[in-house]
Design a protein around this ligand. Structure first.
Ligand code: ADP
Ligand code: MG
Ligand code: MG
Length: 952
């Protein structure tokens, strides 16, 4: 090796298992397991840096194409871009010096295994496997059985004393190599296979009936197939015939390769070189690119893929061999049992592909208690070292166990939460580590809806509960259709026989996934869990016709566009829309949130307008109400009627006449909520929206007048309507959102705010007399100038407080504050803070005010394009715009604390429930966030995570 060439290749034992960036996730797992002394077949890793160097000469071009793709272009353009990228890649050469190191390391493998690459007498075969630093399960490519050719296969057969096995490996290799490395359409291999398979099945039934009969006596489920080895001892003639078929298949496969690419490369070294390049290229697979885009893996995080070259071990050598995937705990429920699947006499990809239905791993315990025990011990060891539930790929070759990969398991939110709580109790994790392992999305998903137990619907089929939640949607059968329909705003459920990595874009578009085949570790199940989509897999009663776009269950036919409901908690499939209910906190979640409460600095309150909201908020752990909007109380018809009269009144006297009974009515509602929240703060916001929102539209009134005239209605009735028309026209505004609303109404009609305050305070006073401890905060909306606060305090709120105290003879614990939602309020916070006990940022309006655009217009008209073109990084109404709005808030917080050290500061916009925004709000030192009741658990967790992340 010359001094100028980098070290590109490492044997497992010499590499660093902590350097995931250099060796990739799969690589570090192989290094780690080797070093822990677990049986791993010998192998080496070509580093991710090598792949980076491979792409380097054309990186700029490739990056710009990837950026185009991330804008989600229509399929035609997408396909053209991908073609372009691949033609660039195909022109690339392996980095200088790499090949020599590969050869050198292959020699080391030969030494370790005592076999020789390409030697028919004792052949070494390898797998060439992708493995990126970021987890992208199944998104890139792997080639197995590499090193086989026409001579080697003969040697392998002799060595294994099993021709069937050798030719099965060879036909798999040509198929896989042809598809992945040479880019030949899989369908061409499949049609050749199907043709011969049919012929074989027919011949078996016709000419080997006697042997078949014998097999079935022992193995009732056996059916002759070209890819399942007939038991040689029971049916030697059938076995021999199937070998001949496999040989023919191999020849036919070679013809497919020749037609599409050229003579199948017989030189194992050539095979190896091409496979390494193909694995590099698989980093730019459409599905890998798409996965990175959807998961927001930006180029600065992504670091290409490593290539793992691993000595082959064979799970398809006979019935004492097999392959499987095992999880160290149940990834559906979190129960502490080995969980997974095992397929005897099979090679790796057979399990994932869902061709044959595997056994549960518990079956292995019966077949070989010793193997099971070995697997169990290794899984617990790996769990401890990696501090997480493990997902382990293994193969058994003639009774000997080998480990081929391990990684942190993806699991249902339920299992995630249960396992971290258990692991804290087992001493594997600290509480802090546990909190950081649960993502806010997990919490959101745990509150996913379930089928309403009262619904009494009968399922038409049952599959495996692969990913939780219960959803209804219209059925589509193609991932592209899912994308198209979703774009039109439809809720769709993607139904497939089974899914492939190429279908992933459809997963994102759908609300749920339903398949008729595959187990809990099938592609559909794994991906759905990973991205949090409800999924039911392996619903075998479904007869899915993807091309014709329908499925059948018994005599029910469900066509594209029909509604179904799937329940990922039970696996049930229902026809039509079945009602769902929201879930509550499970005990493990409650426990982890209690730990979170000990750690977080931010308080968590809820936005709640009605008693039901308040109850839910309490149930989810809210420490108070951060925003109670009075407006919701005016929805009842008799109240709305009174409110209209108040708004339409032409003088104070008339307004007061209607305000008095109105205040009395809403007082009861306040009492109810304050009672529920007893002892906890409740912030009530005085009336805020533009008043016209409570009035009929002028056109409506005009039409009514016209109709009354047509009916010859009495003149006084018409007169009254005409007056109404005049009033609503007068009250009309050019820009209602920027008009006569919020505190401005309080200034123009102080009696309005006086009576609203009276209702609030009397409710509190009455409760206090009944022995409750109401903690009330009155909030003034839309303030831009401190004098507005002074004015309504003097003219309305303080007089109301005095009057109520006098009337009831009680002291009241009341804070007066303001909602901060105008830019000027932020800028003049030094003045405002002196005048109030608390402030609460209304970040919805503040965001509108800062951007000077309205939310509805933005989200409906131009924001989608802004997001697509990356003009803004995220929807500022969902995730706080830290650069702009955040700066304003931070500045206001500083001023507020400086001029009023006792001030209480919170936020009550939707951002209060957004984890990313919570990080920021913690950092700038808010006292609490207030979120919708359903977001309260998320906020509790996110606040604790923020506290842990900013600890140092
Ligand atoms: P993926 O990243 O898609 O899981 P892998 O590289 O892990 O792809 O390979 C898929 C499967 O192929 C493995 O789970 C394993 O069963 C099988 N496999 C890979 N390498 C070997 C090997 N050296 N010997 C036997 N089986 C292998
Ligand atoms: Mg794998
Ligand atoms: Mg507002």
């Amino acid at each position: 090796m010359s001094a100028t060439v980098k070290k590109y290749v490492y044997q497992f034992e010499e590499a660093d298992e902590h350097n995931k960036k250099l060796f990739g996730g799969k690589g570090v797992s192989l290094i780690q397991m080797s070093k822990l002394g677990l049986p791993v077949p010998p192998g080496f890793i070509i580093t991710t840096d090598t792949c980076v160097d491979f792409y380097a000469p054309r990186k700029a071009e490739i990056d710009s194409i990837e950026a185009e793709l991330s804008k989600n272009p229509p399929p035609e353009i997408r396909d053209r871009l991908i073609e372009k990228v691949w033609s660039i890649i195909d022109s690339l050469q392996l980095p200088q010096g790499l090949w020599e190191q590969v050869v050198e390391n292959m020699r080391i493998l030969e030494k370790k295994t005592g076999k020789k690459f390409g030697d028919p007498n004792n052949p070494l075969l390898v797998s060439v496997r992708s493995g990126a630093p970021i987890s992208m399960p199944g998104m890139m490519d792997t080639v197995l059985n590499l090193g086989l050719n026409d001579q080697v296969v003969v040697g392998l057969a002799k060595l294994a004393d099993n021709e069937w096995f050798a030719y099965d490996a060879y036909r798999r290799f040509i198929n896989m190599f042809g598809k992945i490395v040479l880019g030949i359409d899989e369908k061409q291999f499949n049609s050749v296979f199907e043709e011969l398979n049919e012929k074989f099945k027919k011949e078996a039934e016709e000419k080997f009936a006697d042997e078949l009969q014998k097999i079935r006596e022992k193995i009732p489920l056996y059916t002759p197939r070209l890819d399942a080895q007939p038991p040689r001892d029971i049916a030697p003639r059938l076995w021999q015939r199937s070998v001949e078929y496999l040989k023919e298949l191999v020849e036919k496969y070679k013809e497919v390769v020749k037609k599409n690419w050229g003579e199948f490369p017989q030189d194992p070294w050539k095979q190896l070189e091409l496979a390494i390049k193909a694995v590099f290229r698989s980093w730019m697979n459409p599905r890998a690119i798409f996965y990175r885009i959807m998961n927001k893996v930006t180029p600065d995080i992504a670091h290409c893929t490593a290539v793992n070259v691993v000595t082959m071990v064979f799970g398809n050598m006979g019935w004492d061999s097999g392959t499987g995937v095992v999880f160290s705990r149940d990834v559906a429920t979190g129960e502490d049992v080995l969980y997974g699947e095992f397929l005897p006499n099979a090679q790796g990809e057979d399990v994932v592909a869902g061709i044959r239905t595997p056994y549960p791993v518990s079956e292995l315990k019966r077949i070989s208690p010793q193997l099971y025990e070995e697997l169990y011990r290794a899984s617990k060891l790996l769990e401890k070292v990696n501090k997480d539930v493990q997902d382990i790929e293994f193969t058994v070759e003639r009774g000997k166990l080998y480990f081929l990969q391990c990684r942190d398991a993806k699991m249902t939110p339920l299992a995630r939460v249960k396992t971290v709580v258990d692991m804290v109790k087992e001493g594997i994790l600290t509480k802090e580590e546990a909190i950081l392992k649960v993502s806010p999305e997990h919490v959101i998903q745990l509150l996913y809806p379930r089928i309403d137990p009262k619904a009494k619907a009968t399922p038409i089929a049952k599959g495996l509960p692969a990913s939780p939640g219960a959803v209804s949607g219209q059925v589509v059968f193609h991932p592209d259709d899912a994308v198209r329909w979703a774009r039109e705003g439809k809720r769709v459920i993607l139904v497939r026989t089974e899914t492939k990595p190429d279908d992933v874009h459809g997963f994102y578009a759908a609300v749920g996934i339903l398949t008729s085949r595959g187990g809990m570790t099938s592609h559909a199940a794994v991906v759905a869990r990973a991205i949090g989509k409800t999924a039911v897999v392996g619903a075998e009663a479904l007869d899915v016709h993807e091309e014709e776009k329908y499925f059948r269950v018994g005599n029910i036919v469900v066509k594209e566009g029909d509604w179904v409901t799937i329940d990922g908690n039970t696996g049930n499939v229902y026809l039509g829309v079945v009602p769902t209910v929201e879930a509550g906190l499970i005990p493990e979640l409650a426990e982890i949130l209690a730990w979170a409460d000990e750690i977080r600095k931010l308080g968590v309150r809820a936005n709640a307008d009605v008693p039901a909201d308040a109850e839910m908020a309490l149930k989810f752990g809210a420490e108070g109400i951060g925003l109670l909007r009075i407006e919701r109380m005016f929805r009842k018809p008799e109240r709305l009627e009174l409110l209209r009269k108040v708004i339409l009144a032409e003088n104070t006297e008339e307004r007061v006449k209607h305000l008095k009974p109105l205040a009395e009515m809403i007082k009861q509602d306040f009492k109810e909520i304050f009672k529920i929240m007893d002892g906890k703060p409740v912030i009530v916001r005085l009336i805020d929206p533009p008043l016209h929102e409570f009035l009929p539209k002028p056109e409506e009134v005009l039409r009514e007048i016209y109709e009354l005239r047509m009916k010859n209605a009495p003149e006084n009735v018409i007169k009254e309507k005409e007056w109404l028309y005049k009033r609503v026209t007068v009250l009309q505004e050019a820009n209602p959102m920027l008009g006569h609303r919020g505190v401005r109404v309080g200034v123009t009609y102080p009696e309005f705010y006086y009576y609203l305050s009276t209702a609030i305070l009397e409710a509190a006073a009455e409760l206090k007399k009944e022995g409750y401890k109401p903690v009330i905060e009155i909030m003034i909306p839309q303030v831009a100038e401190v004098n507005e606060i002074r004015y309504v305090k003097q003219k309305a709120i303080l007089p109301a407080l005095e009057d109520v105290k006098k009337k009831y003879g009680v002291e009241l614990d009341v804070k007066i504050g303001t909602m901060v939602e105008t830019v000027r309020a932020c800028l003049t916070m030094d003045e405002i803070a002196k005048e109030v006990d608390f402030i609460s940022f209304g970040t919805n309006d503040l965001t509108q005010a800062t951007f000077s655009f309205s939310r509805d217009d933005a989200e409906n008209k131009f924001l989608p394009l802004y997001l697509q073109e990356k003009i803004v990084p995220a929807n500022p109404f969902e995730t706080l715009d830290v650069k702009g709005v955040g700066k304003l808030i931070e500045m206001a917080v500083k001023m507020a604390r400086a001029s009023n050290p006792k001030i209480e500061i919170g936020i009550c916009g939707e951002h209060g429930g957004d984890p990313a925004s919570i990080m920021f709000l913690h950092k700038i030192g808010l006292d609490y966030v207030s979120a919708s009741p359903f977001r309260v658990p998320v906020a509790r967790l996110a606040a604790a995570q923020a506290a842990l992340k900013y600890k140092s």
